[in-house]
Design a protein. Sequence first.
Length: 408
Amino acid sequence: MNTPSLYDVIIVGAGASGLVCALQCARRGKKVLLLEKEQQVARKVLVSGNGRCNLTNAHVCVSDYFGTPQLAQSVLHQFSFQDCMAFFHELGVLTQEEGLGRVFPLTGKSSAVVEALRVACVENGVEIRLGSEVKKIEKKKHFLVSLQSGEKFISKYAVLACGSKAYPQVGGTENGYQLAQSLGHHIIPLTPSLSALNVKEKAVSRLQGIRAQVQTVLGRGTDKEIRTDGEILFTNYGLSGPAVLNLSGVIGKALSKGPVSIEINFFPQIQDIQSFIEERIKRFPARKAKDFFAGMLHENIANLLIDFCGIKKNVLVQDWTENVIKNVSKTLGAWPFTVLSLRPWTEAMVAAGGVNCAEINYNTLESLRCGGLYILGELLNVDGRSGGFNLHFAWGCGYVAAKAMPEE
Ligand SMILES: Cc1cc2nc3c(=O)[nH]c(=O)nc-3n(C[C@H](O)[C@H](O)[C@H](O)COP(=O)(O)OP(=O)(O)OC[C@H]3O[C@@H](n4cnc5c(N)ncnc54)[C@H](O)[C@@H]3O)c2cc1C
């Protein structure tokens, strides 16, 4: 039997973190083998940002991360927003910044980012093998990496960049967790994150397809209260859009104790909604409810509000009782929904949970359980908000690990 040739580094997974790590290792003179189970590199990155790839965010900071934010902070310290922009510009990717600091490739297509990385990897001598699923990694003097096909490779360093189990339709898998466990790591339980919410109130389907700028509030009045401003999208099953996606990691954990209440404030910019409604009644006293809400609320939201508050449709607003005014104001400022569950893994953009970061060196991303092994990206117990933060973290991990690996 032929002895397999020795690589400096074998990287498992040619996604966001794996491609950057491979490129940076090769640039530093290492002999790199990048193994990818799919027939294409970075399938998840290709579908990211609705096919446009929101690759980073100008406002990225530690508070954008959950799970183990301290590890994210160490990565951000070594790979800032400016570093990220310089990295991609140097690769030839033209970018544009949009609202809320989100950065996209100028071409409007994620392939601009993926192809720039892939081409640079090839130009720098990275050996990329597609359709190569890693089944087993053993550590003796070197790492012995075995593929599903039975083929074997050896290397001085090994990198797990397998991503999470979210979105299996574009390659999401549990492989990475299993490989990490086989090398001595523990997994913090996984829950879908950046996931839409199934709610109990069936009437929400009457709002299907409507988007609104709102504030969502979790745990009002408690010391765990969280408020998120942004766009909400109503669906036939419940709630989606950045304003709820960003809360889904926290909600996912809370759901283990039962249904979770969430409130929607349709007018976060108005301090006192009741005074606002009373003023409006003075301006349009002779209107009935439906006409009263015209110009202020989407028609379907107004209709649902009228039913929800039990407003009599033929009564003029000047004849609304104090109770009706209070009820309308309260509902517009804190419309309650009951979350029953998150949408399934096929719809969650990322996973909360993952490899326990207490077992990782925050500065280098080297395993504290298995010397010479590096663990990157979404496989770790770090998840970010929506807005380019997850990709920034993944690129950053690849960059940090490559920098930390000893010189040849
Ligand atoms: C629909 C969707 C939209 C998103 N949009 C955005 C966005 O706009 N901005 C943002 O910041 N984030 C976004 N994300 C999240 C972001 O894509 C991920 O966080 C990021 O790709 C994670 O990078 P990674 O390197 O950890 O894993 P991945 O990029 O998922 O790469 C892992 C790779 O490893 C391969 N692999 C796994 N196991 C093996 C094995 N055993 N052998 C060989 N190969 C293996 C996989 O096939 C995959 O190619 C989105 C995610 C989804 C699903």
